[in-house]
Design a protein around this ligand. Structure first.
Ligand SMILES: Nc1ncnc2c1ncn2[C@@H]1O[C@H](COP(=O)(O)OP(=O)(O)OP(=O)(O)O)[C@@H](O)[C@H]1O
Ligand SMILES: [Mg+2]
Length: 259
């Protein structure tokens, strides 16, 4: 087996949006970024990979198992998914119950469940919140708890939909430590980001979606020299220069120039 995920000729449509002829491979141990403008189909592709949506044609294999009705249970043992919005992910009354839900579902012993939940909460810095209701978490705290629930399953493949959005620096730095660990353990990761830093510094390779189609799939070094990819992740230097120029202009003419 060389592929953690193998997507072959997948089509899918919502009423006003379609995914067309999606092909991609995620190799074992590879960390691949998925980028694309808002509404380009990134979250939809995750839902197809998880079997939450069904392709109209084409096939998806995860660890050699076809994602269909028969294969779904096995597929979900191997895949951990961090939702874009943590509120879609947390449903137990307390943080502890939520993080231990996954390991419990795997049929592990109580000791193992406890060990995994403690470990997962500690690596996201949320041990002190174990007994708190999930609906009282701030956005960043909820995202941490959701991530703890995902890593507590110790999946072979992680699908992370904007894992860094809304997190403070210590947490981002904590996730970077987790990523190091995952890389060492040969875990395969597919993640989305709109942030150039997390594209350049983490990804081995990049998949670019545009309006439901794959327009680029290749190694990171090449991607960063490809105009099509640069278009999607934006020219931040240009934006910085523009904003600096407007700040200087306002300083020169004074804030009350219009008054
Ligand atoms: N349940 C749904 N029913 C109908 N259309 C949907 C549904 N969910 C998403 N869409 C449409 O599908 C398209 C792709 O949405 P998707 O959520 O996959 O985008 P995305 O790339 O994840 O965007 P973002 O960067 O904003 O997260 C959008 O045009 C969206 O409006
Ligand atoms: Mg999305």
């Amino acid at each position: 087996m060389t592929c953690a995920i193998d997507v072959c000729g997948v089509y899918f449509r919502y009423e006003n949006f379609s995914m067309e002829d999606i092909n991609m491979e995620l190799h074992i141990g590879e960390q691949k970024a998925m980028v694309g403008l808002n509404g380009s189909g990134k979250t939809t592709l995750f839902k197809l990979l998880l079997g939450l949506l069904e392709p109209t044609s084409g096939e998806i294999h995860i660890m050699d198992r076809k994602v269909d009705r028969e294969g779904l249970w096995e597929v979900r043992q191997n895949v951990g998914f961090l939702f874009q919005n943590p509120d879609d992910q947390l449903f137990s009354p307390t943080v502890w119950e939520d993080v231990s839900f996954g390991p419990r579902n795997l049929g592990l012993s109580e000791d193992e469940i406890e060990e995994r939940a403690e470990w997962a909460l500690s690596i996201v810095g949320m041990s002190d919140f174990a007994n708190r209701p999930v609906n009282q978490m701030s956005h960043g705290q909820a995202k941490r708890v959701a991530l703890a629930g995902v890593v507590a399953m110790r999946p072979q493949i992680l699908l992370l939909d904007e894992p860094f959005t809304g997190l403070d620096f210590p947490m981002v730095s904590g996730i970077v430590d987790i990523i190091e660990e995952l890389r060492g353990a040969g875990i395969s990761v597919l993640y989305t980001t709109h942030n150039r830093f997390f594209l350049e510094n983490w990804a081995d390779s990049v998949l670019v979606l545009n309006n439901g189609r794959v327009v680029y799939d290749g190694p990171i070094d090449e991607a960063l020299e490809t105009p099509l990819v640069l278009e999607q992740i934006g020219n931040w230097n240009h934006l910085a220069q523009k904003m600096a120029a407007s700040r200087t202009r306002v300083r020169e003419i004074g804030f009350s120039a219009n008054g």
